[in-house]
Write a protein of this length. Structure first.
Length: 457
């Protein structure tokens, strides 16, 4: 793209950044964790209403709060394009991960705070910032000749919970999200300043494991040594999910695939992951193999007595929350069955084990040879001078991707976003780089213009 054509659009995006900050501040303030056991449902409802009002203000038609089967709301809107123009679906989610230990945050998690050139707050990068990116790109286009495509926006309300509400709603209403191209604004650059599209996502399954051995807790002095301890049984079961080197070992689940794209240098990974000095990484193969191409199990939580206040007792019951990430080529439902069978088979001493499925999402792999990727590469080259678009994987899951790919096999799907390593999504002190928000908003605006031109030609 000629510099003279790029400059007005870039200047407009830059001028919109104060508004982007104001709106992101408002959106971050909603404690929109889609789990009523942790935060009131009204917080998510208020966030959904904010998104709906923002879409109406931008002239979107058919704006609706969709009541999805998991009890949450997704927000939909449609903006018609010029006659004969393609339709692009823009995705983000307004729900967020819980803030974890709020005392560990350097500033309140639901108050956007600027520090060291970044904006801190839960959801700034994942993925309320993604919604602001979409709005900023569309506003910039409108101010520079108009939006050249039809636009649908869907803002999901339960992506972080993995409960599948929007997936099931889309399957029941297949025409709603139909589009020629889909831009998922929920991934991120490999590092700040390196424009990246994500071509692969691991799927996931999430289960709760219950172990019971006794009718009730027992005095550890009177009965310990013979009475089967449910907590000890749980620990043995969970330990069986890893080999000596830390690799995930679920019986029957392949774990030897290799990643042949952009590599992730080990020292760079250690820095991004903030691994303590002297602590080794787990697993085998390259880092990219481990985090993008192979299954990975994580124990998310354990219900057991806390250290403070613990009594000298043999535990009758114990419970754990377990997540398993699965790469493309492995069906998430089949992986769930293998995980459950493994957990049940590894129970020691005849302990009673029950496994409850909580959430599930299929893995995804994009077709990077499609014309939309050429339009995105040109957009990234212009928005990030001196850099070429990189293609990477991501270990996280966006369950809706596989649903959309199945519903609309002809649609091109691209994944971009603000969740680069410094963002620390899902952790305390999540943040977004305002420079990345500006550059990616420009990227998306350029992409929509490039894509429309390629379809017209």
């Amino acid at each position: 793209m000629e510099p003279t054509a790029l400059a007005p659009l870039a200047e407009t995006v830059a001028s919109l950044m104060p508004r982007a900050r104001t709106e992101l501040t408002e959106l971050v303030a909603f404690r929109s964790v889609a789990d009523p056991a942790q935060f009131p449902r009204s917080e998510c409802e208020a966030a959904a209403s904010w998104v709906a009002a923002a879409l109406r203000a931008e002239g979107f038609q058919d704006v609706a709060l969709l009541d999805t089967p998991d009890g949450t709301q997704s927000v939909y809107g449609y903006l018609p394009g010029p006659e004969g123009a393609p339709t692009v679906l823009l995705y983000a989610h307004y729900d967020v991960q819980p803030p974890l230990d709020e005392s560990a945050w350097l500033s309140p998690p639901f108050t956007l705070t600027e520090r060291d050139g970044r904006w801190y707050g839960r959801g700034t990068a994942d993925c309320k910032g993604g919604l602001i990116m979409h709005l900023t790109a569309l506003r910039a286009l409108r101010a520079n000749g108009g939006i050249p495509v039809g636009v649908k926006i869907i803002a999901e309300g339960s992506e972080e919970q993995g409960t599948g509400g929007l997936e099931r709603y889309a399957e029941a209403h297949p025409a709603l999200l139909a589009a020629d191209t889909i831009v998922i604004g929920d991934t991120g650059n490999f590092r700040v300043g390196l424009p990246t599209v994500t071509a692969m996502l691991r799927g996931m399954t999430h289960v709760r494991l219950q172990v019971d051995t006794l009718e009730g807790n027992l005095h550890s002095g009177q009965f310990g040594g013979a009475a089967p301890d449910a907590l000890a049984a749980l620990i043995r079961i969970l330990d069986s999910l890893r080999a000596e080197d830390g690799s995930t070992t679920v019986e029957g689940l392949a774990s030897d695939a290799n990643w042949d794209g952009l590599q992730y240098p080990e020292e760079e990974f250690r820095k991004d992951a903030k691994v303590l000095d002297g602590v080794g990484l787990i697993g085998s193969g390259t880092v990219a193999d481990r985090v993008w191409a192979r299954p990975a199990v994580t124990v998310l939580g354990i219900d057991c007595p806390p250290v403070v206040g613990a009594t000298p007792s043999v535990q009758a019951s114990a419970r754990a929350s377990v997540s398993l990430r699965v790469p493309p080529g492995i069906d998430a439902a089949a992986a769930t069955k293998l995980l459950a069978a493994h957990l049940e088979a590894k129970a020691p001493w005849g302990a009673r084990v029950s496994v409850e499925q909580v959430g599930q999402g299929q893995p995804f792999r994009a077709d990077t040879t499609s014309p939309a990727y050429a339009a995105m590469a040109a957009a990234m080259r212009a928005a990030y001078p001196g850099e070429e678009m990189q293609t990477a994987g991501q270990g996280g899951s966006i369950p809706l991707c596989s649903t959309l790919a199945a519903l609309y096999p002809e649609a091109e799907i691209l994944l971009i976003g603000l969740s680069e390593p410094q963002a620390q999504i899902h952790a305390v002190n999540e943040s977004v780089s305002p420079e990345e928000l500006e550059r990616l908003s420009l990227t998306e605006a350029l992409f929509l213009r490039n894509y429309a031109a390629s379809r017209a030609g």
